[in-house]
Design a protein around this ligand. Sequence first.
Ligand SMILES: C[S@@+](CC[C@H](N)C(=O)[O-])C[C@H]1O[C@@H](n2cnc3c(N)ncnc32)[C@H](O)[C@@H]1O
Length: 226
Amino acid sequence: MSNGDDRGIRTYVLRAGRMTDAQRRALDMLWPRYGIEFDASKPLDLEAAFGNANPTVAEIGFGMGLATWQIAKDHPSTNYLGLEVHTPGVGRLLSDLDSRGIANVRVLRHDAVEVFERILAPSSLSGLHVFYPDPWPKKRHHKRRLIRPGLTELLASRLAIGGYLYFVTDIEEYARWSLEVLSATPGLRNRFESFAPRQEWRPETKFERHASLDGRGRWELLFERG
Ligand SMILES: C[S@@+](CC[C@H](N)C(=O)[O-])C[C@H]1O[C@@H](n2cnc3c(N)ncnc32)[C@H](O)[C@@H]1O
């Protein structure tokens, strides 16, 4: 396991991923409404970004955003901050937000680690969703994992007291690793003895659908900042 000196190593590789015309159009037209530009010169003002002081839940790596908009639609008095670097997915989410009239989501198309490090205030989140993060299975790539020693302290520090971190994966080894790393992160405590049951309010993500079609399992973790 890495010793936490790996800040600056990206947790993703930008895929070329072609954008459909609809995704491109959505990005061009809807970005002003839902998008937040990354600006390292000042802290992110969540109240101004959402136009209210409701609690905010962040999601790192929303992919195509299928779970993002459904959760936001089901919880209209919570704000959702989606973080993703994959542009076609951003276009897809904006289009879904617009067609469904969902107003409580904002999107930052930027490295979430930098967002957490540089512009997100400590204790500013009521929750954090990490659904099917890239597992980086090879040992030499473990330092790229989003759940890793050194980085989980940063993630935890942005949660308010009582705020939760909800992690789901289809890779058992990453699940066990994450259980160990999160359990050892100061300030976090497991809401369950070990793995968590599926949270009924969580819809299926695109990666989850592929995983279940391929017959892979699912492991969930639910921690909170104490
Ligand atoms: C395996 S996909 C899962 C997508 C989605 N959550 C799902 O379950 O379908 C992981 C996603 O995390 C994104 N990602 C990884 N590291 C990121 C980071 N540091 N900032 C923003 N997005 C990131 C990748 O671009 C990718 O789309």
